[in-house]
Design a protein around this ligand. Sequence first.
Ligand SMILES: NC(=O)c1ccc[n+]([C@@H]2O[C@H](COP(=O)([O-])OP(=O)(O)OC[C@H]3O[C@@H](n4cnc5c(N)ncnc54)[C@H](O)[C@@H]3O)[C@@H](O)[C@H]2O)c1
Length: 400
Amino acid sequence: MKKIEIMGCGYIGLPTAITFTLAGFEVCGFDVKQAVVDQLSSGKIHIVEPGLQDALTQALATGRLHFTTKPEPADVFIIAVQTPYKETPDHKRVSDMRFVESAAREVGSVAKPGDLCVLESTSPPYSTRLVESIVAEVSGMDKLQFMTAHCPERIIPGRMLLELRENDRIIGSNRPEAAEYAKSIYEKVVTKGTIRLTDDLTAEMCKLTENTFRDINIAYANELSKVCDRLGIDVFNLIELANCHPRVNVHTPGVGVGGHCIAVDPWFIHEKFEDITPLIYEARTVNDGKPAWVAERIGRDVKPGEKVAVLGMSFKANIDDTRESPSVLFANILKEKGYEVIACEPFIQGDVAGYKNHTLEEAIAACDYAVITLMHTPFVENKTLIATKPYYDCVGLMRK
Ligand SMILES: NC(=O)c1ccc[n+]([C@@H]2O[C@H](COP(=O)([O-])OP(=O)(O)OC[C@H]3O[C@@H](n4cnc5c(N)ncnc54)[C@H](O)[C@@H]3O)[C@@H](O)[C@H]2O)c1
């Protein structure tokens, strides 16, 4: 059986390493963070994901999975490091490929002829060829002596282990034989989904296209929420009725768009094609501006100096991840305006984004006004409690 090395053991890399192990491969989980490697080697997961702790215990028990901070030789390398954006001096948002580049150098330091390097990280066009060039340069091999492919990851937190096996996958390469080889590896774990082969640029654009579609759709919903506010009608009712049309599917508005995917990936298209992607840019601007709009909107009901409970601080419902969270941005805007922020995030233990975390009961008892920013299940289950205070509902939770 082939040896697989996963470069980066975070939200994507860890479940991937476990899934490949349980499919029978020998797997090495490589991460630059000693603390991550130590914790995983001791058998404890470092992220919140249903079923992941049991799966790690099971994978380690096979004796085929280990974690390390030193790159090792392997047959297949899977790069699953973070791909955030960075701001240029002239305030443009562009991909920050430092982590992918250093992972590619690590692969190059141990790769041998015949190896395959798969880039799973969400990346702008031409990134797979960037990885290919770095591996060739560091290893001293000719590009034809090893293979590269892109296989974008499409799983979502909360369903990761399931979706790794069941989602369709796209695998693209500038060499068809590399895509075929990658397919022969991935089909051992993708037991229910279909694997579709294409070229590297199409595979890169596919993941970006999916998330940009959702960003634009949500921007439309967010814009509608402002129109409905002026009209004095319920945007959730409006969208529900419009979606009764068989060919309409408007997404749901919210306090903005967060996370490291939908709020980030559209920039990876825009950065290279600024002159022909005004729609992508505008959608990002609409969604990024929504927290400030909500902060302005509640000014009609509640004044600076008063206590506002922010119900939900993560970037989406029922998860603990606050990366690029519009709720955190919203809380910060309220604070700047002089409101007293009472943060409430039931999926995080202890302080959250620099705020003292409160239980829902504490937050409602302490606040003058509540803003529901996320459709967290514990909030849905406690609507009666929330309704004891005046509130603004960004997500339509109170009508559920
Ligand atoms: N998290 C998700 O829900 C999700 C879903 C789909 C796609 N993605 C994409 O998957 C990629 C990984 O995202 P993530 O959420 O797992 O990131 P993460 O930040 O949770 O994990 C990345 C890990 O890589 C490690 N790392 C950084 N540089 C390294 C290097 N040079 N060598 C080895 N390890 C290194 C970090 O220490 C970290 O543990 C990103 O491109 C992201 O956009 C994420």
